[in-house]
Design a protein around this ligand. Structure first.
Ligand SMILES: Nc1nc2c(c(=O)[nH]1)N[C@H]1C(S)=C(S)[C@@H](COP(=O)(O)OP(=O)(O)OC[C@H]3O[C@@H](n4cnc5c(N)ncnc54)[C@H](O)[C@@H]3O)O[C@H]1N2
Ligand code: MOO
Length: 330
């Protein structure tokens, strides 16, 4: 390995005409944080006051030795290795690359790859949590080496990690959605339906189409008939059944979903709010039973699983079990 004699420290006053070895950052709390000089910049006499203002009495003139990479090149190579579908790169700035989403979609990060990269001393990969909805141009992750130059061998180890690319964004599919609303109080007109508007807004934001909303009294047969209507007549590819999900004798929704022949993945989710949610599949068609809290709380277990269903993932029992840790949102 080459001894790091690659950095030459030069007083800023003596550095006129020399090339900066790395980006230089200024921080003015509350007002500015960012790059004021770019790596490779040739220092002029006019730069000296600003260099002194940001606390630089010396600068590094750099000659990257054999077997090492400059921070910018290392960051770029690692970022390229991590970036999957619908992810684009910005930078390098100050030795860091930022991964951004090209689309509105669902972020998928493989935590194992992130952990394995970070086990290598001098490597820093930090990401958002997986399975969250992200907007176009949202930043997803920052990747950088810690030292100014780093052994190329470490970067190669990152590039060769299994399960790369490890950061991707899945696009939402346009589903045809049927809504079955249960509850005698709504069916008989005693109260106005509040589920329809909430669900239509949420589905619209993901680009899905609501085929219609049909109402059923709290009767097993009536609820089943409306579910079947959407499957058979409307060829729905997602069905949402609202209300009647808890413990009262009039709560018939889980029974009706079972009675149409759907496989119940789980009734009951370790998340609050939304613990009474039900996830089932009738063949390939997902059926979700939505508890009353979905009309009351802006973020429930429905908001966790709906985006996953809309990118075409099949929800498994272990997906459901694993959301308990960190699933307390009330
Ligand atoms: N003793 C227990 N009580 C409750 C439990 C429990 O496990 N044990 N679970 C709680 C949880 S969690 C939820 S969430 C709620 C709601 O459960 P349901 O899905 O059964 O909701 P409903 O009983 O059908 O209705 C509750 C409430 O919401 C109104 N509602 C229902 N649908 C509509 C609609 N389409 N438009 C307007 N308003 C609607 C309904 O009239 C009720 O007031 O149960 C907890 N309790
Ligand atoms: O299904 Mo409930 O949300 O836990 O309030």
């Amino acid at each position: 390995m080459v001894k790091p004699t690659y950095l030459k420290e030069v007083r800023v006053e003596d550095a006129i005409g020399m090339k900066l070895g790395h980006d230089l950052t200024q921080i003015v709390p509350g007002a500015f944080k960012g790059r004021v000089f770019q790596a490779g910049h040739v220092i002029t006499e006019e730069d000296i006051p600003l260099l002194l203002d940001i606390g630089k009495r010396h600068i590094y003139i750099m000659d990257t030795p054999q077997g090492f990479l400059h921070e910018n090149e290392a960051a770029e190579r690692m970022a390229r290795a991590f970036a999957g579908e619908h992810v684009y790169l910005t930078g390098p700035v100050e030795g860091k690359m930022t991964l951004k989403s090209a689309i509105h979609g669902l972020l998928k990060v493989d935590p194992t790859a992130v952990e394995q990269a970070n086990q290598i001393e001098g490597i820093s990969v930090s990401t958002l949590l997986s399975d969250r909805v992200v907007q176009a141009d949202q930043s997803l992750a920052g990747i950088r080496p810690i030292p100014l130059i780093i052994e190329e061998e470490k970067v190669k180890r990152v590039e060769q990690l299994q399960s790369l690319p490890a950061i991707e964004v899945k696009p939402f599919q346009k589903k045809k959605v049927g809504i079955v609303t249960t509850g005698s109080e709504v069916f008989t007109g005693r109260i106005e339906d509040r589920f329809g508007p909430v669900l239509k807004d949420k589905l619209k934001a993901f680009g899905s189409k609501v085929l219609g909303q049909r109402f059923a009294d709290d009767e097993l047969d009536a609820i089943q008939a409306e579910i079947r209507y959407f499957v058979e007549q409307e060829k729905a590819d997602l069905i949402l059944v609202t209300g009647g999900m808890s413990v009262d004798p009039d709560d018939r929704t889980p029974g009706a979903i079972k009675a149409v022949g759907a496989d119940i993945v789980r009734y009951g989710i370790p998340m609050l709010p939304g613990s009474m949610l039900l996830v089932a599949y009738l063949g390939e068609i997902p059926i979700l039973g939505l508890p009353g809290c979905v009309i009351h709380d802006s973020f429930t277990s429905f908001d966790v699983f709906l985006p996953r269903v809309l990118v075409g993932e099949k929800i498994t029992e272990s997906d459901i079990i694993s959301i308990g840790y960190g699933g307390f949102h009330t």
